[in-house]
Design a protein around this ligand. Structure first.
Ligand code: NAD
Length: 260
C-alpha cells in the first residue's frame, strides 16, 4: 500500500472530488482527516470511508478561511495522529457573474476560500512536515489555473494564484523534504458543476445541453468529463512520490481540453 499509516488532511472532502481523494487514500492504508465546513457531514463521510478500510478517517469541522479554525483543526489532527504527512487543499466553490456585474463580496469570498484556504492550511501543516523532514502539499487547481473562461473572473484569478503559491512552497520546502504540486482537472461532474450548468445556460442564453457540449467539453479530445477517480489517481501520485524530483509542478487531467 502506497500510503500505509500516512496522516493526510483533505479539505472540502465531505463530498465531491475531495471525498474521492480521501477514499483513494484510505484504500492505500492512510489515516485521513476529512476537513469540511460542517462537522456532521465530515463525520458521516469519515465513518463511511473507515468502514471500507484498510485505512481510517476522522471528521474535522473546519472553515478554511477561518485562521483559528484551521490552526485548531490541524493541532487536533496532530494530537490524534502525531503529525501531518500530506495536505490536500481542495475546498472550493464556484460563483459566476459577468465581470461588470461581479459583486465585490462574491469576489472576496472566492479569493478567500481558494487562496486564503490554501495559505492558511499550508502554513499550519508545514512546521509539522519540517519536523519530520518530509511532506507533500497538493493544491486543487483547475484547467482554469492555465486557461480563462467567460464569467469566471474570480475563479480563474484564484486558480492561477495557486500555481505561484505552490512554486514558492516548493522552493522553501525543498531543504526540509517538503514538496508542493497542483492538480488541474477539467470538468468533473460534482455538485459544484451540476449547479453551474443551469446558471451558465441562463447567463449565456443557451440550452443546458449546449452548456455541456459546446462550453464545458468542446475542447476535449473525446467530449468526456474527467472523473473523480482520475483526479484521485493524480492525487495519489503526488502524495506518494518520494523525492524532490516532482515538485513545483502542475498536472492537467482534462481529456486533452488544455495541452502544454
Ligand atoms: P463540491 O462542491 O462537490 O465540494 C466542495 C466541498 O468543499 C464541499 O464538501 C464543501 O462543503 C467544501 N467547502 C466549501 N467551502 C469550504 C470552506 N470554506 N471550508 C471548508 N470546506 C469548504 O466541489 P468539487 O467539484 O468536488 O470541487 C472541489 C475542488 O476541485 C474545488 O477546489 C474546485 O475548484 C476544484 N475543481 C473542480 C472541478 C469540477 O469540475 N468539479 C474542476 C476543476 C477543479
Amino acid at each position: 500500500m502506497k500510503l500505509q499509516d500516512k496522516v493526510c488532511m483533505v479539505t472540502g472532502s465531505a463530498r465531491g472530488i475531495g471525498e474521492g481523494i480521501a477514499r483513494r487514500y484510505v484504500a492505500e492504508g492512510a489515516r485521513v482527516a476529512i476537513a469540511d465546513l460542517k462537522l456532521g457531514a465530515a463525520e458521516e463521510t469519515a465513518a463511511r470511508l473507515s468502514s471500507m478500510g484498510p485505512g481510517i478517517a476522522i471528521g474535522v469541522g473546519m472553515d478554511v478561511t477561518d485562521e483559528q479554525a484551521v490552526v485548531g483543526g490541524v493541532e487536533a489532527i496532530v494530537q490524534e495522529w502525531g503529525g501531518i504527512d500530506v495536505l490536500v487543499s481542495n475546498a472550493g466553490v464556484q460563483i459566476v457573474h459577468k465581470i461588470e456585474e461581479f459583486p465585490f463580496a462574491d469576489w472576496k469570498k472566492m479569493l478567500s476560500i481558494h487562496l486564503d484556504g490554501a495559505f492558511l492550511t499550508s502554513r499550519a501543516c508545514i512546521p509539522h512536515m519540517y519536523e519530520k523532514k518530509a511532506g507533500s502539499i497538493i493544491f486543487m487547481g483547475s484547467v482554469h489555473a492555465k486557461e480563462a473562461s467567460p464569467l469566471k473572473s474570480a475563479y480563474v484569478t484564484a486558480k492561477h494564484g495557486l500555481l505561484g503559491l505552490a512554486r514558492v512552497i516548493a522552493k522553501e520546502g525543498a531543504a526540509h523534504g517538503v514538496r508542493a504540486n497542483v492538480i488541474c482537472p477539467g470538468f468533473v461532474k460534482t455538485p459544484l458543476v451540476e449547479k453551474q450548468i443551469p446558471e451558465q445556460a441562463k447567463l449565456l442564453g443557451i440550452s443546458e445541453q449546449d452548456v455541456v457540449e459546446k462550453v464545458m467539453l468542446r475542447e476535449t479530445v473525446d467530449q468526456e468529463f474527467t472523473t473523480i477517480e482520475d483526479v484521485a489517481e493524480v492525487a495519489l501520485l503526488f502524495a506518494s512520490f518520494s523525492t524532490n524530483a516532482l515538485t513545483g509542478q502542475s498536472l492537467i487531467v482534462s481529456h486533452g481540453w488544455y495541452m502544454e
